[in-house]
Write a protein that binds this ligand. Structure first.
Ligand code: HEM
Length: 449
């Protein structure tokens, strides 16, 4: 494996406006900001982000050191905890070391292939009925429509459908969940009236009350949704989740699954709309499968797999991973003191020409067996993270995204202006501010089995 950048002796710092620092520059154009840091200062530098100094690790060598975390210097609680802690308290990603290991072992039982087959058996029909309600035409906005769809899917798969609550309650729960997601990256980080922070805290209470109230029925029942699974899973040596654990993990899992899948499908719709030859190629594979394919059948969608990987490269839904050092450490010759917040900038690696030639070009074949550009470095392509915190929902999320796009390909054809460049919002996870305008047309083939 090649070493990509030469280490530098100190972690230099760029001058910036007090308090808001480079946050605004980052929100405006994260890649440019990070690329500037990397080219100017090397793989380890400092940045001022949402009111605090952060060390920023860029390039695959620096990212690898933090994510592999061999000397256990990097912890998630103080990193992610600073950004989203009050709203996603004790979610798996916010736990560390022994405690994280303990919870991850139990949660792994909810992500076995058999369990995922159970979840996805309800997914296919739920996607079909969601798409039945989609408007078509030149004014279609992909992102908000997909966001609603994936939230409905989460209700079906995560919570076992409408039996959990009536429609009003679901609306309230969905709003509470959105408020939690939005809360993390506001500039005001205190319980002040009218702020995202306050709405997030209120949302967290609504979600806690909601899930706690439904636990007894889930423990007693035999549902195959994720909520029921968390109530029943047990490791070989008898470890189970407490009621509080189930609540905390459910709230985090909803968040972890929702925006990430929405963003991935949005990028796929954009690229497939701009590259009709890829849309046709993926559709041909989808038409060879039933409308509701099995997990094995989904694995045969090879063109869709290439497209998904390329979209995750271009727009990783989690562009930077947050950590905090729990002891003094060193990365590529740079000293990082204990207590420093650190961001692991996987996004930039995805756009480095040293790793991915002509990086801004949509070129799914770069992931084909005869090229595998992602193999140039183990940490070149990390949309799901790496090390012990690597996404536990990687397979499930991949299946969900492919099942949605598979059905889109069988029901619709769509175009996106070939010159369109999405105006991205990076305030929380990335999304196109204009909702991604798409000309969506029903396909005469329809949704026949
Ligand atoms: C395309 C979809 C997805 C992407 C791109 C994605 C990305 C990520 C990334 C980058 C991390 C690592 C964060 C870090 O190390 O700081 C992560 C962790 C995690 N993800 Fe995903 N994710 C996706 C879907 C899902 C789904 C569907 C679920 C659950 C159903 C999920 C659950 C989790 C959990 C629980 C963690 C924390 C793991 C741990 O700390 O041990 N994700 N995800």
């Amino acid at each position: 494996m090649a070493t990509i950048a030469a280490p530098r002796p100190t972690a230099p710092r760029r001058r910036f406006i007090p308090f808001v620092g480079e946050t605004l520059a980052y929100f405006h154009d994260p890649l440019r900001t990070l690329d500037f840091h990397y080219r100017e200062f090397g793989p380890v530098s400092k940045i001022n982000f949402v009111g605090r100094p952060w060390t920023v690790l860029l390039g695959p060598d620096a990212c690898e050191i933090a994510l592999r975390n061999a000397d256990k210097a990097f912890a998630n609680a103080g990193g992610w905890g600073y950004l989203i802690g009050p709203f996603f308290d004790r979610g798996l990603m916010l736990l560390d070391f022994e405690e994280h290991h303990h919870h991850r072992r139990i949660l792994q039982e909810a992500f076995t292939r058999d369990r995922i087959a159970d979840y996805t058996s309800t997914l296919g029909p739920a996607i079909t009925s969601g798409l039945d309600a989609w408007p078509t035409g030149p004014e279609f906005r992909a992102y908000p429509t997909l966001k609603d769809l994936t939230l409905d899917l989460a209700t079906q798969i995560f919570m076992g459908g409408a039996d959990v609550a009536d429609a009003d309650e679901l609306t309230r729960v969905n709003q509470a969940f959105m408020d939690c997601v939005q809360a993390g990256l506001g500039f005001v980080r205190a319980n002040v009236p009218g702020t995202r922070w306050r709405r997030g805290l209120r949302g967290r209470r609504v979600l806690e009350e909601f899930f706690s109230r439904h636990i007894p029925a889930r423990r007693a029942g035999s549902g195959t949704d994720l909520f029921s699974a968390l109530c029943h899973i047990e490791t070989d040596d008898g470890q189970r989740l407490t009621d509080d654990d189930v609540v905390n993990h459910m709230i985090f899992l909803l968040m972890a699954a929702h925006d990430t899948s929405t963003i991935t499908v949005t990028t796929m719709m954009q690229q497939l709309g701009q590259y009709p030859e890829w849309q046709a190629r993926c559709r041909a594979e989808s038409e060879a499968l039933p409308l509701h394919p099995s997990l094995d059948e989904i694995d045969t969608l090879t063109s869709l797999d290439l497209v998904m990987k390329e979209c995750l490269r271009l727009v990783p839904p989690v562009p930077g991973l947050a950590r905090q050092t729990v002891k003094d450490t060193e990365v590529l010759g740079h000293h990082i003191p204990a207590g420093r917040r650190v961001t692991v900038g996987v996004h930039l690696s995805h756009h480095m020409p040293e790793l991915f030639p002509d990086p801004e070009r949509f070129d799914p074949e770069r992931f084909a067996d005869d090229r595998r550009e992602d193999k140039v470095h183990r940490y070149a392509w990390q949309p799901f993270g790496g090390g012990v915190h690597k996404c536990i929902g990687l397979y499930f999320g991949t299946v969900e995204v492919k099942m949605v796009v598979h059905q889109l390909l069988r029901r619709f054809e769509w175009t996106v202006d070939p010159d369109y460049v999405p105006p991205m919002n990076y305030h929380s996870l990335p999304f196109p501010k204009d909702g991604l305008p798409v000309d969506l047309r029903p396909l005469s083939l329809g949704s026949a089995e």
